[in-house]
Design a protein around this ligand. Structure first.
Ligand code: CAA
Length: 384
């Protein structure tokens, strides 16, 4: 196993609050079936004022790092499209909170929801050259489209931490990949804008087109290995998205489309309960499939990463022995169970108020503080 590079550990953090999608639909005069069945969402994670992308990332990563890891981490890469500073990276805070050794390099990386995948590829190359070092990747985002918008039902928040090393325990990556770039405006957020600008229908079509092109290229590049992929995982802005992509393969690759569709639902269980994590969404589908799917050791897993704007990548990995015993499933289930529901009226009143920008001083009330890492306040753009 030691000659491989891959995922040694992975963990999730989600905020303590959620909104019920059926209730939100009724309040917005939308048929609830459209959002629960047509889009495929049940609950949407809501980030409270005592959390931000850094505290969520730290809360995810702290669960998987021991002192030995912290000593051997050569890079901390923070993947996000919810950055709050154009210069200082979120990873500088994270590295400090986690007590990572000071010789690690730390930086933030961006290309919409694709960036965690770019980070993984960088990490794998780095570890292949320096097998004694590890790379910590966190993806942490707040997906907010604004009230009463087309994208409102596809909001969410949370963080995923992944430790890449030369002693993977969960999955080892193969060297097969297809990446693809197109300069498009399907979803983008100019620096002046609090919310993204979205061409919703075009974004779903572009996602599907780029998936199909990636599959075709993969087939040409790696000949007869496409059918070896046992399960295909997707970036899931909402749980129906990957299904639409798989259905689009029905005509050209009916057997593969059927095989992957038969395993698809298990990969969406967490997304249905949490919503869009942006950079972390593909890896949330992976966790979901690991926990709820019936995967076997040595099976090849396909990953389709997509980031609007647009860059995508199709790549694969092989599941390792005892992969489930290396994931804290109980912790994830407890986090989901222990959440509190927020009324739609309260969400409408508070969720869209500007809290992270412009004001000079923000002090989060002590009573909101939770176990783990919290955002305490912001003064002159400095976060505590
Ligand atoms: N019962 C059951 N199903 C119903 C229904 C009902 N009463 N009414 C409608 N539906 C179905 C529709 O048939 C449709 O299903 P299909 O797509 O399978 O045909 C589904 O519900 C959605 O209907 P619409 O397309 O009419 O929904 P919409 O106009 O509200 O738009 C959306 C949906 C485009 C996804 C919108 O929510 C949006 O803009 N979201 C944000 C952008 C996004 O997530 N894009 C995805 C690709 S981009 C990406 O992946 C990057 C990223 O993270 C943002």
């Amino acid at each position: 196993q030691d000659k491989y590079v891959g995922i040694e550990k992975i963990s999730l953090y989600i905020p303590k609050y959620y909104v019920n999608i059926e209730k939100l639909a009724r309040q917005r005069n939308v048929d609830p079936d459209k959002w629960t069945k047509g889009i495929g969402q049940e609950k949407m994670s809501i980030i409270p004022k005592n959390q931000d992308i850094v505290s969520m990332a730290a809360n995810a990563a702290i669960n998987i790092l021991n002192d030995e890891d912290k000593k051997n981490i050569g890079q901390v890469i923070f993947a996000t499209e919810s950055g709050f500073d154009f210069s200082k990276s979120a990873s500088t805070y994270l590295f400090d909170l986690l007590n990572i050794n000071k010789f690690a390099k730390t930086y933030e990386i961006k290309q919409a929801c694709y960036s965690a995948t770019a980070a993984i590829q960088i990490a794998c190359d780095y570890v292949r050259l320096r097998p004694n070092q590890k790379v910590l990747i966190v993806s942490s985002d707040i997906a907010k489209y604004g009230p009463k918008t087309g994208g409102e039902v596809t909001q969410g928040a949370g963080a995923i931490a992944i430790l890449i090393s030369s002693s993977p325990k969960i999955l080892r990556f193969t060297d097969k990949f297809v990446s693809l770039t197109r300069n498009e405006y399907d979803f983008w957020r100019p620096s002046y804008s609090e919310y993204p600008i979205v061409d919703g229908k075009f974004s779903t079509q572009l996602y599907i087109d780029m998936f199909k092109e990636s599959v075709n290229e993969f087939k040409n590049r790696y000949k007869n290995t496409l059918q070896n992929i046992d399960t295909m995982l997707f970036h899931l802005p909402f749980s129906k998205m990957g299904k639409k992509a798989l259905i689009s393969l029905e005509e050209d690759l009916p057997l593969l489309s059927q095989k992957w569709l038969s395993k698809y639902d298990q990969s969406t269980k967490l997304c249905r309960q949490i919503g869009n994590l942006y950079t972390g969404s593909l890896y949330l589908s992976f966790l979901s499939q690991l926990i709820y799917g019936n995967l076997k050791e040595n099976s090849e897993i396909g990953f389709f990463s997509y980031g609007s704007g647009a860059v995508c990548e199709l790549f694969t990995g092989i599941l390792l022995k005892d992969f489930t015993s290396n994931i804290d499933i109980k912790f994830i289930e407890k986090m989901l169970e222990n959440r509190d529901e927020i009324d739609v009226s309260e969400y409408d009143l508070n969720y869209f108020e500007k809290i992270y920008t412009e004001e000079n001083f923000i002090h989060v009330e002590e009573k909101l503080m939770e176990k783990g890492f919290n955002l305490k306040g912001i003064e002159n753009g400095k976060r505590e």
